[in-house]
Design a protein around this ligand. Structure first.
Ligand code: FE2
Ligand code: FE2
Ligand code: FE2
Ligand code: FE2
Length: 466
């Protein structure tokens, strides 16, 4: 696996031009609509249905459930080499681990809401398989990959996954949510990278982990990302009117952000020094904010039996997408096998829907999956959004330029109450400057925001206050 990964990575890097993505223009959203948080977002009149992959998992037989159990040996046999794995193979592994965790946790939650023993038993069966898939995927990460190195992978996922989704999202309300949080995860990558770059002896350089496919420099500074909790809830999307691409995009980003939130919830006590511990806490609270932000886009009226079908369809979509693009043949084979399993789960969820909701899921299932999700370099797109939207914050359900907020708005009081007199996101950069004379970056050009070009003082505020 490792030799082939190295070879294919070289091939991939040869063919990957920096700034591959064209990127559509994203306007600043400064409106403050009077709609309540319990109202769905109005569907866009220009909303299209997006491109189709032409793949319909329901037209495939899939792996029968009784053939899906795997042995401990099978769950434990594969690990990648952290030095040679393709950065986007690592990203796909992190993402699919999050999708499988989401599948298992969703089925636990769903089971608590059904007193029907057949539904509870059927959920127990496929949930056990989801757990096996999760162990096999998460187990691909080797023990010598330090938690902080894995963290760089998590934030690369958050940058390049979000950037792809934003560029392929037909609903402007959902696209705005993606662009908003994109700049925050982009900054997290920079903060963690500065801590990692101060370490030597066995630790990888941050730009080697991201394969120079993602830039590492300030985004919207983490210390100003802390919105008041009441300003972190968006208007929800009516799933009965949303395009298949929008449905898949929302399910993907919610699962990925939730995985990042869970990861930081667990690893913050693995950090050896106080600054890194504090940084995991600080960024972990932003991931909580991101999960609230994205999860609030989900349709709260979607019945659980329908959600169960959508979850399996989404897992099919993710494995189908990743099997198509995977450069490591061993990992590609795993994606293919898991896709076959998910098709089996989907048939079971559809049968459960017919049996217990007494309706035909053809009413809401698309005839084919949308365009496959893709990990690729998004350097130009991220730069464009940085230049246009770095000064945004939130007010109630909407986005506003921070300069438009009155000084007594709750955002400022909340931000001060959590930042106090010690802000790890700032200290992490100051420490690097003290050790090496400047901050750590990997950038292909000067920063698109002039206020963030100075590498000898940490960026901790909005540009106009910097
Ligand atoms: Fe699964
Ligand atoms: Fe993040
Ligand atoms: Fe995030
Ligand atoms: Fe599944």
């Amino acid at each position: 696996m490792n030799d082939r990964s190295t070879l294919e990575r070289r091939e991939f890097l040869k063919t990957t031009a920096v700034g591959l993505m064209a990127g559509s223009a994203a306007g600043l959203l400064t409106g403050n609509l009077a709609l309540g948080q319990n109202s769905p977002a109005p569907p866009s009149p220009t909303q299209d249905q997006g491109e189709s992959s032409g793949f319909n998992p329901l037209a495939e037989k899939g792996m029968p459930l009784e053939q899906q159990a795997r042995t401990w040996r099978e769950l434990t046999e594969l690990e990648y080499d952290k030095q040679t794995v393709h950065p986007y193979t690592r990203c796909r592994i992190i993402t699919m681990n999050g999708i499988e965790v989401a599948a298992a946790i969703f089925k636990h939650n769903m089971a608590r809401h059904f007193d029907n023993p057949i539904v509870r038993e059927r959920l127990a069966l496929t949930r056990r398989i989801e757990q096996q898939q999760q162990k096999r995927v998460n187990g691909l990460v080797p023990a010598n990959e330090h938690t902080l190195e894995t963290t760089i992978g998590y934030e690369q996922v958050a940058v390049d996954l979000t950037a792809w989704l934003a560029q392929n999202e037909p609903d402007p309300h959902v696209k705005a949510a993606l662009d908003f949080a994109l700049l925050e995860d982009f900054d997290h990558l920079y903060r963690y990278a500065n801590v990692l770059d101060m370490r030597r002896n066995g630790y990888m350089r941050p730009e080697m982990i991201v394969g120079r496919l993602t830039e590492i420099m300030p985004g919207r500074p983490t210390p100003v990302e802390h919105c008041h909790p009441l300003d972190s809830v968006r208007r929800w999307v009516d799933f009965s009117k949303a395009s298949p691409q929008t449905l898949m995009n929302i399910m993907t980003i919610v699962a990925a952000e939730k995985q990042t939130m869970n990861f930081y919830m667990n690893v913050q006590n693995r950090a050896e020094d106080k600054v890194l511990r504090g940084l995991y806490n600080e960024i972990g609270l932003i991931e909580e904010q991101h999960v609230t932000h994205y999860e609030s886009l989900m349709d709260p009226t979607c019945p659980l039996l329908k959600c169960a079908v959508m979850h399996e369809l989404h897992e099919c979509y993710m494995y189908y997408s990743f099997a198509e693009q995977e450069v490591d043949p061993v990992v590609k084979r795993l994606w293919e096998v898991n896709l076959d399993m998910e098709i089996g789960h989907l048939h079971d969820a559809v049968a459960m829907y017919k049996d217990f909701a007494k309706k035909d899921p053809a009413e809401f299932l698309p005839s084919s999956l949308p365009k496959p999700i893709l990990f690729q370099s998004n350097i130009d797109y991220v730069r464009q959004i940085l230049a246009e939207q770095v000064a945004l914050t939130t007010k109630h359900t909407e986005y506003v330029n921070v300069a438009e907020l009155p000084q007594d708005y709750r955002y400022f009081a909340w931000r001060s109450s959590v930042n106090g007199d010690w802000v790890p996101a700032g200290v992490a950069i100051s420490n690097h400057i003290a050790q090496q004379g400047e901050d750590y970056r990997f950038a292909v050009a000067e920063h698109p925001v002039p206020a963030y070009r100075d590498r000898t003082s940490p960026s901790v505020d909005y540009p106009q206050q910097a």
